[in-house]
Design a protein around this ligand. Structure first.
Ligand code: UTP
Length: 292
């Protein structure tokens, strides 16, 4: 079975829910405590053993490329001032030379189209897709690491899922569930934003996928689906007719940083975890809550 070496980060969306912050800055560069959101996702990929990082970018996203590169002048200045701790932070987050690729999705035609734009960079091997606005705080292991563990048992295609309140199912991509195999279960159907009362379960796809390269041939038809966008789910449905799809229930907590509440909650959760901030931050939060 081929190892999952490459991950695709579709970062070409417009981020309209965060205007005006995202007018001149990509939403993936919004910070949770002191790291941009995209850094959390790349760290998750690294933890799962990903070796090559493929960013599908768009206009105004050049700063993401700079973030993972050397900042020559800054680093020279830090060296001359003997700022060892700060240099170590930058050393730890930079991607190795040759380990990152960037390609552009010229028009935001949908998530499926963004993934298809990575086809030549991925080539003929299974790969991960990681939505770059979902921060997943795994219990024990990261979300993608939980998935690759299952993938090594099952092969095929794997998606991570989570439970939602049944009345919220219409907001998500929902899966139908079949037989279990260890930690994995067969996925029998997928519905993008099902109408009330028609969802096959309350398990939604949370933004992490392991896919076989056949998906690129299916995406090539460029058929538009929900919202007049080229949807990844539509091609995954076609792939389901040919190949196995497995689900893994993510153990951990997800922060949807594409939404304001998720983004604010992530800042509180990760801020409280930082030992040097905990006491002061808790006191500030308590004082704010008193007034509400
Ligand atoms: P979203 O639906 O969150 O869209 O896309 P968005 O543009 O990022 O944000 P809003 O809704 O306008 O605020 C889900 C993921 O798919 C990527 C986005 O960057 C995001 O990570 N995407 C979406 C693309 O890369 N290209 C597209 O054409 C659409």
């Amino acid at each position: 079975m081929k190892k999952i070496r490459k991950a695709v980060f579709p970062v070409a969306g417009l981020g309209t829910r965060f205007l005006p912050a995202t007018k001149a800055m990509p939403k993936e560069m919004l910070t949770v405590v002191d790291k941009p959101v995209i850094q959390y996702i790349v760290d998750e990929a690294r933890e799962a053993g990903i070796e090559h990082f493929i960013f599908v970018t768009g206009r105004n996203k050049g700063v993401i490329e700079d973030h993972f590169d050397i900042a020559y002048e800054l680093e020279q200045t830090l060296k001359s001032r003997n700022k060892v701790a700060e240099l170590a932070i930058l050393d730890g987050q930079r991607l190795r030379p040759g380990a990152a690729s960037f390609t552009r999705q010229q028009e935001p035609l949908g998530l499926g189209h963004a993934v298809w734009c990575a086809r030549d960079l991925v080539g003929d091997e299974p790969f991960a897709v990681m939505l770059p606005d979902m921060i997943m705080k795994g219990v024990g292991k990261s979300c993608l690491a939980q998935m690759t563990e299952v993938y090594h048992e099952t092969g095929g295609n794997v998606v991570a899922v989570e439970e939602c309140a049944p009345e919220l199912a219409h907001q998500y991509g929902i899966v139908g569930v079949g037989a279990h195999k260890g930690k994995a279960f067969e996925i029998t159907s997928m519905v993008e934003k099902p109408k009330a009362g028609t969802a096959p379960s309350n398990l939604f796809i949370n933004g992490r996928y392991i896919l076989q390269p056949r998906i690129f041939e299916l995406l090539a038809s460029q058929e538009k689906g929900a919202g007049n966008e080229i949807q990844l789910t539509d091609s995954m449905l076609k792939l389901m007719g040919e190949d196995a799809f497995w689900g893994v229930k993510f153990e951990g907590k997800t922060y949807d940083c594409g939404s304001k509440v998720g983004f604010l909650a992530a800042n509180v959760a990760y801020g409280l975890e930082r030992t040097e901030l905990t006491a002061d931050f808790k006191a500030e939060i308590a004082a704010i809550l008193k007034g509400h």
